[in-house]
Design a protein around this ligand. Sequence first.
Ligand code: 0X9
Ligand code: ZN
Length: 765
Amino acid sequence: MPRTLRPLSAALLVAFSGLSALAQEADLSGHSAVTVMVQNRDQLDMVLSLAEGIWSERVGVGPIDIQVSPEARAKLDALGITYRVMVDDLGTFTRQRFDEIELLNRRRDTAWFQNYRTLAEIRSYLGQLEADHPDFVDHGSVGDSLQGEDINLYTITAPGDRTGRVGVLLMGCQHAREWLSPMTVTYIADQLVTQYGTDTRITDLMDAAVFYIIPVSNPDGYLYTWSNTNNRYWRKNRRPNFDGTFGVDLNRNWSVAWGGTGSSGTPNSETYRGTAAFSEPETQRIRDFALAHPDIAAHIDFHTYSQLVLWPWGYTVTNLPEPDNSRYTALGIAMANEILAAPGVAYTPEQSSDLYEAAGDSSDWFHGVHGSTSFTIEMRPASGGLDGFSPAATQILPTARENLPAALRLAEHVAFPLSWEFPNGVPDSADADAAATIDVRIVAGSGQLNPASATVSYRTGPGSFTTTPMTSLGSGLYRATLPAQACGETTEYYFTAETTDLRVVHSPAQGEGNPRSLGFTQSIVSAIDDVETPTGWIIGAPGDNAVRGVWERANPEATAAQPEDDHSNPGTLCYVTGPLAGTALGANDVDGGVTTLVSPPFDALAQAGDAVLEYWYWFSNDKGASPGTDAWQVAISGDNGSTWTVVEQTLASTNAWVHREVRIADHITPTSQVRLRFVARDDEPGGIVEAAVDDLAMLFLGCTDTGCDADWDGSGGQPDSGDFLAYLNDWAGQNPVADLAPAGGDGNFDSADFLAYLNLFAQGC
Ligand code: 0X9
Ligand code: ZN
């Protein structure tokens, strides 16, 4: 799947090996971090030879982030090589960041995850977590680092019998300067423990998996980056090399293809691989721990930065053999989507070597030798993001929060025989008096789905569950249908499926023990916008940078990525990105960045009831290069567009008109000026991105109570034969709403119920 091949040339390797000679002990003042727009390979070699540190993930023609001395920066200027300044003076910047940390520490209201933490603080935080939850956390060690620091290990799982639980290893901070990494891993440990019993997803996983957490894999390097401001950008461990320089890049020291492309044999290089595979105690200890724990089936190595979800191989552009390549690709896209939907920011899922070939990394070893499913995640900021390895402390929580569900997704993949996805979301309400449908995708995990086994079980009121098969829509997608209910009723339901080797799986995991609920309500439509006439929509927003395929109100022309028809019936117009088909699929899709569309204001206070904005949309990003990497975002504003709250972000294509309902109070306080904002973005050159929006409506949910219990058909007035027949129908059909006696119902549809209705009828209205 690698779409661009960027082998490191011999010249480039020479360049790499020259790195960090200066960075080793240099004073950072006057040094800068810059993004250079590298035009060609000659320029690349020149730029790399001037760099004293490479910050970018991506090394090649195109933008790269580097650290430069004042002299090197002057040379760039003299050569006419243009660059953007990320940090003008790293000395000042780094001191400011350290001052910030001190300042935050002096404030009594700084929460633990609102500041960067030293190795000692991380140890004591997790030590306290263990003291508070001894049944959930066990501290241990995988052994000592080169300088004799303990490489701490925390084993986290729910109390109870551990047999059959699958292991998930989360590793942070192989690279010393990547400070968001130990914070994220510690956050995940914290959430697994403290959200057990509260969060269903975490609870189900903690019952099925053992999480092994190594927050700081390179303690010597981490301590060094804290020791004084000048060493803040140290990457490697602290091995004294034979030539008097320091450090081995631990993420080039693993054994798969050790010594190959993208690793250096020169000790002062930032990517120095060491004298042999596993020459370093840190990689040795983690290897030995993993080999002694064959229960470990999944592994994530957390790094910064560039916002990427990476899978093997890293050492070669060759794809993994099938079925692994497809499995990793689907999983990588699902993990990136979890991050985006958290809500978080866009991470690009791709094979590691799409970034650059680099031999001897941890994920290649975990996949290739250990046999577990392994990802490397590069977290915030984006490549070229101004803060590089040193984002403000306010970035810690958002980064940690968005990565938690990605880790859960991977853990689910190995812990459960099958996993469940809800492409249209899990609905919280449905129209009264009509059957409700819910679409679910059943994805292979440690097992394969028996396609005939997918069922939904439901009940309304007490009594036993009814089980019916779901309808297959193809490629693992199923539709569950729940019978119509009267307004105000709530149906409980859960899904069941079986693997080909007869393991039974539910969603939610406890099935009948913990079903989901769906409330049936009536909706009153107070305003409709079918986009057939202009009504005050706004196209474009500050920061929009798409160069093609911006939003238009138009009649779309069909392509493989775009609809032929709008959604309204009757009607022809919708908002669509680049409506014309053109001569090629990529002729009129979104290109070059972001395009924004803002709806006119809707009055969410127009009526009583629960205000809901509904809309229909179409999104496609799965055609062309890098499928599944460009994002769709919907946000809501209650102040006429001044401030926005994200309601949905996804990488998932619909390739069809899909219905969404946004319950306003779930996101903002309802006001009379509520707008929706739709953003389509194309970050990946070559990716095809199309979007469309139609048929917005303001709905109010509730049950209009006619005040008369015998008014069974809701027609008002005195009860009549219509009401009588409607009741009879529900009673004969054993609709739980007809179970009137004893009060609250008993699951039987008998003469007591019938008499109770006759009684109501006789009372009149
Ligand atoms: O180079 C690395 O080790 C990782 N990037 S970082 O900037 N955090 O150092 C990326 C490793 C991904 N693996 C391969 N490309 N092989
Ligand atoms: Zn790294």
